[in-house]
Write a protein that binds this ligand. Structure first.
Ligand SMILES: NC(=O)c1ccc[n+]([C@@H]2O[C@H](COP(=O)([O-])OP(=O)(O)OC[C@H]3O[C@@H](n4cnc5c(N)ncnc54)[C@H](OP(=O)(O)O)[C@@H]3O)[C@@H](O)[C@H]2O)c1
Length: 315
């Protein structure tokens, strides 16, 4: 089969490699489209200790063509999007059966766009942040894959005020289409907020933004740390200060959840998929690349030249 291979020299090449075979508890999927996500940038930049050569790609939409031991054969032919630890930029990928999420009735481009971002946004707002009717929510990287979905899930949860932060004015109008009541450019954060405090803050940024966001928490507020786009520098927080204000710092790691609690993640993904199917959440696929252009797709994401979701056409 054809697959994109990331070599030791940091280059992506299309190679012929053997098709993977579904092992126990796995399914094999013929991939139609794969989603591009920030993890591709981190892998390309060697932030994770993944041995190379490596077939990248973490989200694959397609049809189950084979099942391994212990998996119901009735799943063959099912339309799914699989959350995988690699291998999606290939004609066939194997995935844990639990994380091959049913996507019947969702077109495969949208299913690829669903990726990890949609269950992540669902969990950040509903499972971890526990956003309730009347809450105020501040979301950094609001025009990104997770941010554009988190705004919509916050609106669906009944948040009374949803404020987004984006990198440049061009993204302000774009983000406004995803449930936000107000969107600020990064240079205006936090000053433009005056004295405003928030019940929930979503922070994939880190560093100074994390400290400024902590200062914006309302009594009993929750800050959700789920990435370090700007910096991996550690941020020190006083548990005593949090306690005095009844506040919490929570983290979320979907990659870890996939390994430790796959059924819990799958349940959130199924709920998120239901929101996509019923139209309450919209996935905005804005760019489609050929398999030969994976490197360009990932570079565009890294350079901040994209908005919404990019996908790669495989089948
Ligand atoms: N923990 C988890 O389970 C989990 C799951 C999924 C994703 N994530 C993480 O969540 C983050 C967002 O992922 P995504 O898929 O939404 O990525 P994405 O679509 O690439 O969006 C990232 C956004 O970050 C903003 N950005 C870039 N550089 C920045 C900087 N220096 N400071 C502030 N903002 C910056 C960009 O928006 P502007 O140009 O508007 O600034 C971009 O839209 C990543 O860190 C990813 O690793 C974590």
């Amino acid at each position: 089969m054809r697959a994109v291979v990331l070599g030791v020299d940091d280059t992506f090449t299309i190679s012929e490699i053997p098709e993977p075979v579904a092992g126990p508890g796995e399914v094999a999927i013929r991939v139609a489209f794969a989603g591009v996500q920030y993890g591709d940038v981190l892998v390309r930049n060697a932030h994770f200790p993944i041995p190379r050569p490596f077939v990248p790609g973490f989200e694959a939409a397609g049809v189950i063509v084979a099942v391994g031991e212990g998996v119901d054969r009735a799943r063959i032919g099912e339309q799914v999007v699989a959350l995988v630890g690699g291998g999606a930029y290939a004609e066939v990928v194997t995935a844990p059966a639990a994380l091959a999420i049913n996507a019947t009735g969702v077109d495969p481009r949208t299913a690829a766009g669903f990726g990890w971002a949609t269950p992540t946004a669902y969990d950040l707002i509903n499972s971890v942040g526990r956003v309730r009717r009347g809450d105020s929510v501040l979301i950094h990287a609001a025009a990104g894959g997770v941010g554009s979905l988190a705004g919509q899930f916050a609106a669906a949860a009944g948040a009374e005020r949803i404020v987004g932060v984006v990198g440049n004015p061009g993204r302000v109008r774009y983000a406004r289409g995803f449930g936000y009541h107000e969107v600020l450019t990064r240079d205006r954060f936090p000053d433009a907020l005056g004295e405003e405090l928030f019940d929930v803050v979503l922070d994939p940024i880190g560093g100074a933004t994390r400290l400024e966001s902590l200062a914006r928490l309302a009594p009993h507020g929750r800050i959700l740390v789920y990435g370090n786009i700007a910096t991996f520098d550690p941020v020190t927080v006083s548990a005593n200060d949090l306690l005095m204000n009844g506040q919490s710092l929570l983290t979320y790691n979907s990659d870890l959840a996939a390994r430790t609690h796959p059924y819990r993640l799958a349940e959130s993904a199924a709920r998120a998929m239901a929101a996509v199917t019923d139209g309450s959440v919209r996935i905005d696929v804005t760019a489609e690349y050929a398999l030969a252009d994976v490197e360009t797709a990932i570079a565009s994401l890294a350079d901040g030249a994209t908005h919404g979701k990019s996908i790669v056409r495989i089948g």
